[in-house]
Write a protein that binds this ligand. Structure first.
Ligand code: GLN
Length: 473
């Protein structure tokens, strides 16, 4: 059984196909591992008896933002406590269709709003490298489960960084695909023009395999187009002929010393592998956070209007209808969700719409143009994924602005709609001292360049040879 848990998803799939292990055995091994969850990574777990039979691939941990028919789905919110969706999200359905069944539903920041998992209505997931620290967010449960040996692979969603940042803080691979590569059908909406589903995995090949399954056009989501020609398993061994750009428009002042050193070391590796490293401006990218924190709350304020005590989840009764709405939303939503709904409603209110929302949209267009210009000269734009290694539980909860700065390097890509991957690049101490913790390296490319990104990440991953494991697993 221990041996099954050591296999990557790609390898486990091959062994099942070759008849060396059975799908049932594989599911059972992972169900037992998930059963030992001490990280609060799961909000619900499948039982091996009911779900193991038709496995042709290892089971998958699914962020609790994906609707699963008859299985509790909360989006990390108390307002959806007890909600059993009547249908299953396309991404989850596609995985099951390939024999990768749901292992469990993972913890997350409420409605995917957060960078630490501390906004979950069900308590934070913990970082397996140090349980006093956050796993990142909002897909923190998925990242903690994969890094902590509680799941072979997982899916999450990324709106402003929620796959890449927790992958970085937990020392695993996470990828946000191009907007439209994966169907959003059945994914509970946060900010619909930004949300994308993607993989959180142990290595780049697993990410490619998972993405190859979930990507594709879906008649149920008119914004989905898939990746032309599909996604292939990566094979590249060097980076010759590829040009990587570090953006000068993004400020490195707030980046921890250890993270900066790891970035430098990774850039040298790229050159050793035959890649070229240069600089590009991306002059508008530094305004990404400001634009994102207008656009995402604006869309969220509209998307979250449906939680009113009438149709889904909990209801707090009151004599009048309006009072019932208010009491339900007051009891069901946490403080960050309330903050975003207020911000978004304000930004969209008449008289302020142009000043905030309209301007933010113009910044968004500029950022997309910046990337387009960069990709005329370079194949990829590279940055640290997160300015810091995993921080302590409680360190930033009372300071939303410093929490939002976690997304500094990850929000420009979803604003531009382009894909990006985070791979583990090494370990570093936090500023001020502490344990050695994972550092992520981000590679972004033009829209629908998933295969090129995965290929480059695959070559780089091999050269880096990151094989550290959390002390607790
Ligand atoms: N941390 C960002 C936020 O709080 C991004 C979240 C996400 O990508 N879902 O909005």
């Amino acid at each position: 059984m221990q041996e099954i848990l050591e296999l990557t998803a790609v390898d486990a799939g091959r062994r099942i196909a070759d008849g060396e292990i059975s799908g049932e055995e594989c599911f059972a091994a992972w169900a037992a591992a998930a059963g030992g969850d001490e990280l609060n990574a799961y909000l619900w777990r499948a039982s091996a008896e009911t779900d193991g039979r038709s496995s042709r691939l290892p089971p998958v941990a699914v962020k609790d933002i994906f609707c699963t028919e008859g299985v509790p789905t909360t989006a990390g919110s108390r307002i959806l406590e007890g909600y059993l969706p009547p249908y299953t999200a396309t991404a989850v359905r596609r995985l099951a269709g390939e024999g990768a069944h749901v292992l469990g539903k993972t913890n997350m920041d409420e409605f995917a709003m957060g960078s630490s998992n501390e906004n979950s209505g069900y308590g934070p997931a913990l970082n397996p490298w140090d349980r006093e620290r956050v796993p990142g967010g909002s897909s923190g449960g998925s990242a903690a489960a994969v890094a902590g040996g509680l799941a072979p692979w997982a899916i999450g969603t990324d709106t402003g960084g929620s796959i890449r940042q927790p992958a970085s803080l937990c020392g695993i691979v996470g990828m946000k695909p191009t907007y439209g590569a994966v169907s959003r059908y059945g994914m509970i909406a946060f900010a619909s023009s930004l949300d994308q589903c993607g993989p959180l995995t142990r290595d780049v090949a697993d990410a490619a395999m998972l993405l190859s399954i979930v990507q594709g056009r879906d008649p149920c989501d008119s914004t989905s187009v898939g990746v032309d020609g599909g996604v292939e398993l990566p094979t590249r061994e060097d980076l010759s002929g590829l040009r990587f750009a570090v953006p000068t428009g993004l400020d490195m002042d707030g980046v921890e010393t250890g993270v900066r050193a790891t970035l430098e070391a990774t850039l040298s590796r790229i050159e050793e592998l035959g890649g070229e490293v240069g600089e590009t401006a991306l002059p508008s990218a530094e305004h990404g956070i400001s634009a994102y924190y207008v656009i995402a709350p604006a869309e969220a304020s509209a998307n979250l209007a449906r939680y009113d005590g009438v149709r889904f989840g909990i209801r707090v009764d009151a004599p009048e209808l309006d009072a019932m709405y208010e009491a339900t939303r007051d009891a069901g939503f946490g403080p960050e969700v309330k903050r975003r709904v207020m911000l978004g409603t304000y930004a969209l209110s008449s008289g302020y719409y142009e000043a905030y929302y309209g301007r933010a949209q113009r910044v968004r267009t500029r950022i997309a143009e910046d990337f387009r210009a960069a990709f005329e000269e370079f194949d990829f734009v590279v940055t640290p994924t997160s300015p810091s290694v995993a921080f302590g539980l409680g360190d930033k909860v009372d300071d939303p602005l410093s929490m939002y700065l976690n997304d500094y390097f990850t929000v420009p890509m979803p604003l531009a709609g382009i894909p990006a991957i985070s791979i583990p690049a090494g370990l570093a101490e936090p500023d001020g001292g502490g344990p050695q913790l994972p550092v992520g390296f981000q590679i972004a490319g033009p829209a629908f360049s998933e295969n090129a990104i995965l290929d480059a990440a695959f070559a780089l991953e091999r050269a880096i040879g990151f094989d550290a494991r959390p002390p607790s697993s």
